[in-house]
Design a binder for this molecule. Structure first.
Ligand code: NAD
Ligand code: IPM
Ligand code: MN
Length: 366
C-alpha cells in the first residue's frame, strides 16, 4: 500500500516525537511491504518564524491533498506574546476547523507495566479503559465575538453550538460505545449552561436509537472527581470541546503520563489528523527525553482509522507494550527495576520489538 502522509512536526517536543513516529512507521513499512511517503510542512511557531503566520496556505493545501496528517505539537514561550490572531495555537485550531475534523477520539488505557507510574493506587486504577470523545470544532474555542471591550476592561468569549454540531459528535459517542462496552457517559454543565441543556436533550433523543447503550449524565465538576476516584466506571465519555480538553489531560494521570496519550481527529469520511494529547513541553524540549509513545500510538491510530491497517496498528501497540514490559521508560514515567532511557532509545527499543515479532514469526513458520 502506498500512502502520502502529511507531517506537521510543529514546535518543541513535537519535532522530537515526530521523528520517533516516522522511524516506527518506516519499520512497519519494511515489515509489511508498504510505502509511506512523508511530506513535511510547517505549522505553529515554526510557521510564524518562516512565513509570519501559524497556518500557511501551502500547509493547508498539502493537508487537503494528503492521505492522512500527523501533527506533533505547537506553541512555546517564544511566541507567547505575538498577536492573538497569529498565535501558534491558532494554526492548530485553524487546520482542525478548515478540514472539519470535529470528532477527537482520545483513548486512555493503562499499561500493566506502568501501574506504579501513576500517583493513583493500583486498586483504584483497576483495568481502566476509557475513550474520551471530544467535540473539536465548536464551542468557546471558536466563539464569535471573542474580544475586549470598554477600553480593554470587559472581555467576551462566546460559547456557541448548532444542533447539528452537537448531534454528530453525540452520535460518534454512541457509535463508539456500541463498539466497546456499551456505556456512554455524557458530560456537561446543564445546571448552568444553556448549551449543556440542549446537549442533554440531544443525548436523550439519541439514546432512544441506541437502546443497548447504558447512558448516564454527569456534570463536569463531578466527572472530574469521579475520573480520579472511580476511573473503571467509565467506558465512553462524550463531551464538548473545552470540557474534553481538560478532562483528557486529567485522565492521562491514569496512564502515568500525559506523554502516553494518542488521539485521532476525524470527520465522517475518514479523513484524519493524528496528534498526541500533549503540547510542546517547553520545560523538556531539546533535551532528548520526551516520551514518544503518545505520538507513536497516534501513528498507530492513523494506520487503523485512515488506512484500514488494523494488523499493523496492533503491531505498533504490541511493540509499545512489550517495550514497557521489558522495563524501558522515559523520565516522565517510572517502572520499578526498569531502565530509564531517552526518546531515541525508547523508539529504538519499540522498533526492536516490531522486528522481534517478525523474527519469531519466521522461526515458527520454519
Ligand atoms: P504540555 O502538554 O506541553 O506540558 C505539560 C507537562 O507535561 C509538562 O510538564 C511537560 O514536560 C509534560 N509533557 C508533555 N508532553 C510530554 C512528553 N511527550 N513526554 C514527557 N513529558 C511531557 O502543556 P503546557 O506546558 O501547558 O503547554 C506548552 C505549550 O504547548 C503551550 O504553548 C500550549 O498552548 C501548547 N500545547 C499544544 C498542544 C498541541 O499542539 N496539541 C497541546 C497542549 C498544549
Ligand atoms: C489539545 C491542546 C489544544 C486544545 C490547544 C493547543 C489549542 O490543548 O490539543 O488538547 O486545547 O485543543
Ligand atoms: Mn489540551
Amino acid at each position: 500500500m502506498k500512502k502520502e502522509i502529511i507531517v506537521l512536526p510543529g514546535d518543541g517536543v513535537g519535532r522530537e516525537v515526530m521523528e520517533a513516529a516516522k522511524t516506527v512507521l518506516r519499520a512497519i513499512a519494511d515489515e509489511y511491504d508498504h510505502q509511506f511517503v512523508f511530506h513535511e510542512h510547517e505549522i505553529g511557531g515554526a510557521a510564524i518564524d518562516q512565513y509570519g503566520v501559524p497556518l500557511p496556505e501551502e500547509t493547508i493545501d498539502a493537508c487537503m491533498h494528503g492521505d492522512a496528517i500527523l501533527l506533533g505539537a505547537v506553541g512555546g514561550p517564544k511566541w507567547d506574546h505575538v498577536a492573538p490572531d497569529i498565535r501558534p495555537e491558532k494554526g492548530l485550531l485553524g487546520i482542525r476547523k478548515q478540514l472539519g475534523l470535529y470528532a477527537n477520539l482520545r483513548p486512555v488505557k493503562g499499561f500493566k507495566a506502568l501501574l506504579q507510574a501513576s500517583p493513583l493506587k493500583e486498586e483504584i486504577l483497576g483495568e481502566s479503559d476509557i475513550l474520551i470523545v471530544r467535540e473539536l470544532t465548536g464551542g468557546l474555542y471558536f466563539g464569535r465575538p471573542s474580544e475586549r471591550r470598554d477600553s480593554g476592561n470587559t472581555v467576551v468569549d462566546t460559547l456557541s453550538y448548532t444542533r447539528e454540531e452537537m448531534e454528530r459528535i453525540i452520535e460518534t459517542g454512541f457509535e463508539s460505545a456500541m463498539k466497546r462496552r456499551k456505556k456512554l457517559t455524557s458530560v456537561d454543565k446543564a445546571n448552568v449552561l444553556e448549551s449543556s441543556r440542549m446537549w442533554r436533550e440531544i443525548v436523550e433523543e439519541k439514546a432512544a436509537q441506541y437502546p443497548e447503550v447504558e447512558v448516564e449524565h454527569l456534570l463536569v465538576d463531578a466527572a472530574a472527581m469521579k475520573l480520579i476516584t472511580e476511573p473503571s466506571r467509565f467506558d465512553v465519555i462524550v463531551t464538548e470541546n473545552l470540557f474534553g480538553d481538560i478532562l483528557s489531560d486529567e485522565a492521562s494521570v491514569l496512564t502515568g503520563s500525559l506523554g502516553m496519550l494518542p488521539s485521532a481527529s476525524l470527520r465522517r469520511d475518514g479523513v484524519g489528523m493524528y496528534e498526541p494529547v500533549h503540547g510542546s513541553a517547553p520545560d523538556i524540549a531539546g533535551k532528548g527525553v520526551a516520551n514518544p509513545i503518545g505520538m507513536i500510538l497516534s501513528a498507530a491510530m492513523m494506520l487503523r482509522y485512515s488506512f484500514g491497517l488494523e494488523e499493523e496498528a496492533r503491531e505498533i501497540e504490541r511493540a509499545v507494550d512489550e517495550c514497557l514490559e521489558q522495563g524501558y521508560f522515559t523520565p516522565d514515567l517510572f517502572i520499578p527495576g526498569g531502565t530509564p532511557v531517552g526518546t531515541a532509545e525508547m523508539t529504538a527499543r519499540i522498533i526492536e520489538n516490531v522486528t522481534a515479532k517478525s523474527i519469531s514469526d519466521s522461526i515458527c513458520g520454519m
